[in-house]
Design a protein around this ligand. Sequence first.
Ligand SMILES: [Zn+2]
Length: 238
Amino acid sequence: MVWRYEFADYGATAVFLDSSPPAPPREVWPVGRSSSTELIRTVTRLEFDLDEMVRPYQFHSDRVFVVDRDSDYSDVRADALLTEDRQTALCILTADCVPVALATDAAVAIAHCGWRGILSGLVSKTVHTLRNVARGGDVKVAIGPHICADCYEFEGDSAATVRGRFGGVAFRTVDNRQHLDLSELIKLEVERSGAVVVAESGACTFESSNLSSFRRDATLERQASFVFRSDHQRRGQE
Ligand SMILES: [Zn+2]
């Protein structure tokens, strides 16, 4: 199954895949730019005609990589991608972290948000970068499947670090243990950045056997999420 969200006003589409049917082997998920239409269709399971797919080497940073004709694809280390290009799908992989798709009237972006990236300012940086290229209107945000607060015990130094920055607002107590609500952190950052969350999947990676969860399985498997500009695709189908 797939959760697809259309940013209807902006002519953009976000697609959050799960593992059913199983994702292709990891070796067909090249880091950087791919331009095989067949590969893109296979990997993304999308019926859209897209010329390129770009995937970053993710490292829990605040780096936003802008995909355009002048990009240096020899170093696509980033946790967010952004493009104005109408033929490029932006891709990230996750397994418990939060895939976040963003859109404006002029560009789209996707971010891989774990607590480290959120703390480093990845969400606000992505929103601000998007706003700089937008012609106006809100930056809209769709939050994909990730580990939910009930399933995400979060203790120790990491918890102290998050509390130091955000206070207790995103923490929950479950069986006398601290749990962290990642989507709550993201919503705070989105709101502070002046953007708007318009959709949330609600699916939990830990609880769904169709989603990869690092906490559950210590797995190397990941689910792929995409965002791309689709307004020209729709026009083409009419
Ligand atoms: Zn859960």
